[in-house]
Design a protein around this ligand. Structure first.
Ligand SMILES: Nc1ncnc2c1ncn2[C@@H]1O[C@H](COP(=O)(O)OP(=O)(O)O)[C@@H](O)[C@H]1O
Ligand SMILES: [Mg+2]
Length: 562
């Protein structure tokens, strides 16, 4: 991974940096009288520079620019005499002019044994580590000696190149004339890497190869740059060394910052980070996938739950509607049963009233005769009582009817037999009229928590089904038996008939909604379905059907009610 170290805040812009104003120089340069006199006599210094060595130095449009130009301007301010440029075209020309004493100083040179023969050097005032530039996709270079298989570029005739060639004898060094040429060879694959100072390489990468090259390694060696001057100028050497000492680290940093920004491949940290990512990224990816799938599943489950909830709600609503429908059907049946039952008491009332009327009109009783009068009163009382009985009967059946159709209130603790009696009160008359014998065997009558009307409705459904089946199949000696008993801890109501039972293939379906073997006007196929809903869902009880040889039995089982 590549780190961008913006060591230098402003990108190089040579045209605008020429003659930039310097930081205010407040340092005081202490000079001996001899040195002062030397400078006074000298009046100016002449310098020869490398005209193509950015960012260190360069001659552009006849003016001196680059890192070194800032230093020289600084030093000129300190020594209080101007330093003038002697313009040249090449570094060799500059060296030649220097040797010919046409310039006093070379502002930026690396000391080397060959140069030392004709040159003095100030203390180095600028150092830069040697680095290796490679293509962006190459990995970190920990040690130059490990690159012996690879071609590594160097600048010809540079002091640093001499040094490296001496030190790394196994490396396949290739010399080139300019840094740009060397870096281009790296870009097109002719060289694996190129070694030069961080300053120059960083500058060229940023300027020309920002997306292709990176600094892949920093070597232990560094380039130390000094001012070069003639051997016969010992006074000037002293003056310049004192000046160099006065350039503060801050100022140096500032000067360099103004010239370069570097794209630097951090060594150990970088490789460890690379390795870290190699290991961690599949785990991370897996983790992300797991999180995503978990999230998707959760959303899906949520939707599913919502859907199921909606479906259940819809089913519940449907059941509610069916319950209503069944109730209406039961109400119709009840009304016809009641109408049937009312015929008899209404007839009785009618005949009592008619009888009284006839007796009066026919003059059957001589009301002037006290004995006859008494007989008539007794007759009236008898008829009156008969009418009261009938009215009483009518009133009770009306109550039954009204109770039955009252919507469910709360569950009530109700004697188990109560809903059976209530159902029979309504239907017994019709059953008996159709010659159906009813056998009751109420062995138990515990109080059970229930909606009494619903249990009564279920019982009526069962009894009506038996009655219909008897008539339909013209069963001889039809019998319905109604029992209550305990079965383990449960209270059971069992209703059986001898109507020959339900054929096997039908038996599986009788609890399904809308299943009926009857003509439409006789049944909607909801009786047993709704009975099951009412018993099992509203009462947490069970409704079972048991087919027998002679008929069918239905059992309502109230759990744990003994
Ligand atoms: N006691 C019974 N004997 C014979 N068949 C019965 C009996 N009870 C129910 N069945 C059968 O079960 C079917 C479904 O009954 P039910 O759900 O009450 O609907 P419906 O009475 O409207 O037909 C009836 O059509 C009938 O075929
Ligand atoms: Mg039915």
């Amino acid at each position: 991974m590549i780190f961008f170290f913006t060591l230098f805040l402003y990108a190089a812009n040579e045209s605008t940096t020429i003659n930039r104003p310097l930081e205010k120089v407040s340092s005081f340069l202490y000079l001996t009288d001899q040195e002062k006199q030397f400078l006074q006599e000298k009046k100016e210094l002449k310098m020869c520079v490398n005209p193509h060595w950015m960012p260190y130095e360069k001659i552009e449009a006849g003016k001196y620019t680059g890192i070194s130009s800032d230093y020289i301007q600084h030093i000129s301010t300190l020594i209080k005499i101007p330093i003038h440029l002697v313009a040249t075209k090449t570094w060799s020309e500059s060296l030649a002019l220097f040797k010919d004493h046409q310039c006093d100083i070379l502002p930026l040179v690396t000391s080397s044994p060959s140069r030392a023969s004709f040159m003095n050097f100030t203390k180095p005032y600028f150092t830069s580590p040697l680095v290796v530039a490679t293509l962006n996709d190459k990995s970190f270079v920990s040690d130059l000696s490990k690159l012996k298989e690879q071609k590594i570029g160097l600048l010809r005739n540079y002091a640093s190149s001499e040094l490296l060639q001496h030190k790394y004898l196994n490396v396949n060094f290739v010399q080139v004339d300019t840094l740009v040429e060397g870096l281009e060879k790296v870009v097109n694959g002719e060289l694996y890497g190129f070694v030069d100072s961080l300053t120059t390489i960083a500058y060229q990468i940023q300027k020309r190869f920002p997306t292709q090259l990176k600094i892949a390694a920093q070597l232990h060696e560094e380039v130390a740059l000094s001012i070069g001057l003639h051997k016969d100028d010992p006074l000037l050497l002293g003056i310049l060394n004192k000046s160099v000492d006065l350039v503060k680290d801050d100022t140096k940093k500032h000067i360099v910052n103004d010239w370069i920004s570097v794209k630097f491949d951090r060594p150990d940290l970088e490789s460890s980070i690379q390795a870290f990512w190699k290991i961690i990224s599949p785990i991370l990816l897996l983790g992300i996938l797991l999180i995503i799938s978990h999230y998707v599943l959760r959303q899906y489950n949520k939707r599913l739950k919502k859907q199921v909830h909606l479906n259940i709600e819809a089913l519940r609503e449907k059941d509610e509607m069916l319950l209503q429908k069944q109730r209406m059907a039961a109400m119709g049946e009840m009304l016809s049963l009641i109408a049937h039952q009312w015929r008899q008491p209404l007839g009785a009332i009618n005949s009592a009233i008619m009888g009284i009327n006839i007796k009066i009109e026919s003059g059957r009783f001589d009301l002037n005769d006290p004995v006859e009068q008494k007989k008539f009163l007794e007759y009236l009382k008898r008829k009156h009582n008969g009418i009261i009985d009938s009215v009483q009967y009518l009133s009770t059946t009306t109550d039954d009817f009204r109770n039955f159709f009252n919507p469910n209130k709360n569950k009530e603790l109700t004697p188990l037999v109560a809903p059976i009696e209530n159902a029979l009160k309504v239907i017994e008359h019709s059953l008996r009229k159709n010659g159906i014998e009813i056998i009751k065997e109420m062995q138990i009558n515990p109080e059970v928590t229930m909606y009494p009307n619903e249990i009564m409705q279920v019982l009526l459904n069962l009894l009506k089904n038996s009655e219909y089946n008897f008539l339909d199949k013209k069963i001889q000696d039809p019998i319905i038996s109604i029992e209550t008993f305990y079965q383990q801890k449960n209270s059971v109501i069992r209703i059986c008939d001898n109507g020959s039972g339900i054929p096997k293939e039908i038996a599986k379906k009788v609890f399904e909604p809308y299943f009926s073997t009857k003509e439409e006007k006789h049944g909607a196929g909801l009786g047993l379905y709704m009975s099951k809903v009412m018993i099992e869902e509203h009462h947490d009880a069970l409704l079972h059907m048991v087919n027998q040889d002679r008929g069918v039995c239905f059992e309502i089982i109230f759990k744990n009610t003994d």
